[in-house]
Design a protein around this ligand. Structure first.
Ligand code: ADP
Ligand code: MG
Length: 199
């Protein structure tokens, strides 16, 4: 069973990964964006860490909803509302249970990823975070490790794609040949689940 402490570890591990990889995320956002994805994510996840520390929400759902609200109010850009929606909707789907199963997390995360697709209008193959998140949710039933590998693979597979959503889509064919920064940060978020589980 996964309790609030597990979800706090997930967010803390995600914040650490974003910190470690901030420069790389910004570098990826340079040729096909505006070179701010690393700093956006860093600002957001630092705020998440501080708020979770201060408010210590008691349930998995409350942890993710609070984290999502923080991301919406601090990240900005396209990715802030999208990541915020992902965590808020996932948290809402978890309800107010004190502990949830891995299966419940999988179902909730699917609800969250669906909300991201509705909000941003992106489908798999559009070269966005969705390309890492959808395969991750599909593999999550197997294990956290499988989900992390699928997200990483999905992020790598964005390189040959032409962007159809977000800032990178303005480049048309020139977006081809670059890995999507948001898919890359999504892979970090999913990899942080493995760390939280201590696997
Ligand atoms: P901005 O593009 O506003 O500068 P960021 O640089 O923080 O925001 O985030 C860019 C990332 O957001 C992209 O790499 C992509 O993965 C994701 N993104 C942008 N638009 C969409 C969308 N409509 N749906 C899903 N993801 C999107
Ligand atoms: Mg950007």
């Amino acid at each position: 069973m996964l309790d609030a402490e597990f979800f706090r570890r997930w967010m803390t591990a995600a914040a650490a990964a974003v910190d470690r990889e901030a420069e790389r995320l910004t570098a990826l956002d340079s040729p096909i964006g505006d070179a701010d994805h690393g700093t956006n994510m860093q600002r957001g996840f630092r705020a998440v860490e501080v708020t979770l520390e201060k408010e210590a929400p008691a349930t998995p759902g409350a942890v993710l909803q609070l984290a999502g609200r923080q991301l919406i109010s601090t990240v900005g850009g396209a990715s802030g509302p999208l990541y915020g929606t992902l965590l808020r909707r996932t948290g809402k789907a978890l309800g107010d249970a004190a502990e949830v199963t891995e299966e419940q997390l999988t179902d909730a995360l699917r609800t969250g990823v669906d909300a991201v697709m509705t909000l941003g209008g992106a489908a798999p193959g559009d070269k966005t975070m969705v390309d890492a998140l959808v395969p991750a949710v599909d593999a999550l039933g197997a294990s956290f490790r499988a989900a992390s590998a699928a997200a990483e693979e999905g992020a790598l597979a964005t390189t040959p794609l032409q962007a159809r959503k977000g800032r990178a889509s303005y480049l048309g064919e020139r977006s081809i040949g670059h890995q999507d920064p948001g898919a890359t940060s999504s892979a970090l978020l999913i990899a942080a689940l493995v760390e939280a589980a201590g696997e």
